[in-house]
Design a protein around this ligand. Structure first.
Ligand code: FO1
Length: 318
């Protein structure tokens, strides 16, 4: 079975890890959002790529979900002493990743190639690829500060500003990274991880060509809700919907994706919304989606894959 997972952020990385533990390495390709990427102190930082890779490699900080475990913060302390900006926390070990990535990008290497080599070094056997090697940056339109880059919204302003909209700057010139279109073409199943629909998944499918390839493929397409009981486990997705005048719920997420998914996985706690989602023309799997530990990641991954196989049998029959 060939599976493509679309992922960004901590929730996405957890399900990607579950899938990597269930599938054979050659069966799984994870396409990661790079709309969050930015340059800071001259370094190229790719938060979602690093979160996915650190999580798969067992190197992620279990408290934050981003950054590395067993981290030290010497550079940050010295930056503070000399009055440098410290709003974005870069641990010493994590800094090594950004330094080496930036050095190699400056030499003309592609982000996808650097990511593949980091994965090899870190023992990650499935394919992890950025959505694009080109810069396509998420900007957030806020009520209070106008248009600002994503990391300023997310980290500097702690998601406190009111959101009005999003823009993916550089989109026109962005191309899917090598391997992305091929993986989608060959996929039996495309799984949208429980990531933020606005700023983790939309940038991926907005890369010119990717959505067309997804809808052209014969793959079963399934999304997992990041919203449970109107709230997100982590991150601002529910807050973003509310600020844009949309009631946050699992049904809202299903509606967000309904034009291109076959199946939707939502938490048992939201079972009263099942019929609303079915009315969107989408099949539903109710299951426990809260990934509190590695076993739960694996259980959710297994449930999603079984659901995909069931839908595949049903669609072939009909
Ligand atoms: N998120 C924060 O909330 N505060 C931080 O200081 C922070 C630093 C950071 C450093 C490296 C990295 O790879 C990720 C980091 N993140 C931080 C997470 C990052 O902002 C992600 O874009 C979000 O998690 C959204 O996916």
């Amino acid at each position: 079975m060939k599976v493509v997972a679309l992922a960004g952020g901590v929730g996405g990385a957890k399900l990607a890890d579950g899938l990597a533990r269930v599938l054979k390495p050659a069966e799984l390709t994870i396409i990661v959002n790079t709309g969050d990427d930015f340059s800071h102190f001259g370094l190229r930082i790719c938060p979602d790529l690093d979160t996915v890779c650190y999580t798969l490699a067992g190197m992620a900080n279990p408290q934050t979900g981003w950054g590395r475990k067993d981290e030290t913060w010497n550079v940050m302390e010295h930056l503070r002493e000399i009055g440098a900006p410290t709003w974005f926390n870069l641990g010493d070990r994590d800094l090594a990743t950004h330094l080496e990535r930036t050095r190699r990008l400056a030499q003309g290497e592609r982000l996808s190639e650097i990511t593949r080599q980091f994965c090899d070094l870190w023992g990650i056997q499935c394919s992890v690829m950025p959505m694009s090697d080109d810069q396509m940056e998420t900007w957030v339109e806020t009520m209070e500060a106008g248009w600002i880059p994503f990391q300023e919204y997310f980290v500097l302003h702690r998601c406190e500003l009111k959101v009005k909209g999003f823009e993916f700057r550089g989109r026109e010139k962005a191309r899917p990274a090598p391997g992305v279109m091929d993986a989608i073409q060959k996929a039996d199943s495309i799984i949208v991880c429980p990531s933020n629909p606005w700023v983790s998944i939309t940038p991926i499918v907005e890369v010119p060509g990717i959505m067309e390839e997804i809808t052209r493929s014969d793959a079963i397409r399934i999304a997992v809700s990041p919203i449970i009981q109107g709230k997100t486990i982590k991150g601002p997705a529910a807050k973003m919907y509310a600020e844009m005048g949309i009631q946050p719920s699992a049904t809202t997420v299903a509606r967000h994706y309904s034009s291109w998914i076959h199946g939707f996985v939502m938490d048992v706690l939201d079972q009263q919304e099942r019929d609303d989602v079915m009315r969107l023309g989408v099949e539903v799997l109710l299951t426990d989606t809260i990934m509190t530990d590695v076993e739960k990641r694996v259980e959710l991954a297994q449930a999603v894959l079984e659901f995909s196989e069931k839908l595949s049998r049903e669609i072939v029959k009909s």
